[in-house]
Design a protein around this ligand. Structure first.
Ligand code: NAP
Length: 384
């Protein structure tokens, strides 16, 4: 047993066997072996707390009374007066990452690059995830909760799934006790983008509102198990409190076909678009052309092919409770009103990896005074 970084709490033994488990989505705040900050608040680190799932996890943690620290490339998205302690997600500075993870109990990692763009590649996100886990181990973080993908597998023929499988393998080798949540498709609102944050559903709605016809590759009969982003957040916080290493399918209560989801969106939005079957081979080039017109990456070939191959489905027990079809029906008026552009979201303005203009310096923990150039914008900051 080792002392925790912040106090006397014993650390969970490392190297526990991975109990592949299905757990219920019941809410419980992480308790038990909790290192406390001097103010008596536990600190957890979340990547991308101003993004989608990271924001939902941060809300869940704040509601449980935890201090939230985030690693992000978009500090500019911090709402005014936020309580979140903001740090740079700068993988070129592993010591700085270690510094920013020091004193944290749990790291919630949502970080991933969905598709290659410019210098950002999927392989880079695999390497960077390893850098982050190693930094967490050095910092004495007690648990890592990783948001992966359903059917992640290093041997998968699909690079998204094999990359996630590699990250999971690196996590298991990090020595830090871990939990892995594997969603297939997320839905649900975010504070800043509303229902448009559900990229896939929103952009299907946008196409249904704007095009005369919508093509269902292979007829759209393949099953999917989306989970609400708040259910995913509750699951992640719940997994942080569980002992041992666990891997869980993060899936909602409904299993629908892709066609059923499209028809539900069509009905909810009042679209008159003709939905018709099309050969599967047509979808990747059609998506590429539409994406180019929209100056975005609408749907990658492998995203379509993996979904059509059934990788967005699972037979596991539900770990989320919120209904996809009810959510679609309730948000039809909002869905697809604007196109949700992923390139805009992630690359414009340029990502920030160093000190931002005007980023106010935070008071650093004593052990981190060696990297005072790092920045923070959180409100919870003691005066220097
Ligand atoms: N959204 C879905 O439908 C879905 C489905 C299945 C699995 N997942 C998995 O769930 C996790 C979270 O997804 P999310 O939709 O919640 O993601 P997100 O909020 O858009 O991003 C999560 C984190 O990754 C960073 N990131 C995203 N794109 C990046 C890029 N191109 N370069 C550098 N950093 C980047 C973000 O940086 P910033 O802090 O700068 O924003 C943020 O810290 C991912 O691992 C994803 O694979 C998502």
């Amino acid at each position: 047993m080792q002392p925790s970084p912040g106090g006397t709490t014993p650390r969970t033994p490392r190297g526990m066997p991975d109990e592949k488990a299905n757990v219920s989505g019941t809410q419980s705040s992480p308790g038990g072996t909790t290192p406390r900050t001097p103010r008596g608040m536990r600190t957890d680190v979340v990547t991308g707390a101003f993004g989608y799932s990271g924001a939902a996890i941060a809300r869940e943690l704040a509601a449980a009374g935890h201090q939230v620290r985030t690693l992000t490339g978009h500090p500019d998205r911090a709402p005014a007066g936020t309580d979140i302690d903001v740090r740079p997600m700068d993988f070129s500075d592993p010591d700085g990452l270690t510094c920013d993870l020091t004193g944290a109990h749990t790291l919630y990692c949502t970080y991933w690059v969905r598709f290659a763009h410019g210098e950002s590649t999927r392989q880079l996100s695999v390497t960077n995830s390893g850098i982050l886990f190693d930094a967490a181990a050095r910092a004495g973080v007690q648990r890592i909760v990783y948001v992966s993908i359903l059917h992640a597998d290093p041997a998968s023929r699909y690079p998204y799934f094999s990359g996630k499988g590699e990250v999971e393998r690196h996590l298991a080798a990090s020595g830090v006790p871990y939990a892995i949540a594997r969603p297939a498709i997320l839905f649900g609102e975010s504070a800043d983008r509303g229902a448009a944050a559900s990229i896939l559903l929103n952009n299907i709605a946008w196409l249904l509102r704007h095009l005369p016809a919508f093509a269902l590759g292979g007829g759209g009969g393949y099953k999917i198990r989306p989970i609400h982003v708040e259910d995913l957040a509750r699951l992640c916080v719940d997994l942080a409190a569980r002992p041992g290493n666990v891997t869980v399918d993060a899936v909602g209560p409904e299993s629908v076909t892709f066609k059923e989801m499209v028809m539900a969106i069509r009905a909810a939005t009042g679209s008159r678009c003709v939905v018709m079957p099309a050969p599967g081979w047509l979808i990747p080039p059609a998506s590429a052309i539409l994406g180019a017109l929209l100056r975005d990456v609408l749907l990658t070939a492998e995203e379509y092919q993996a979904m059509a191959a059934g990788l967005a489905d699972s037979s596991a027990a539900a770990t989320g409770q919120l209904s996809l079809t009810e959510w679609i029906a309730a948000h039809g008026g909002e869905l697809g009103r604007t196109y949700a552009n992923e390139l805009e979201r992630h690359y414009h303005p340029a990502r920030v990896t160093g000190a931002p203009d005007g980023g106010r310096r935070r008071a650093l923990p004593a052990r981190c005074r060696r990297c005072p150039a790092r920045w923070g914008t959180g409100a919870r900051r003691s005066p220097r």
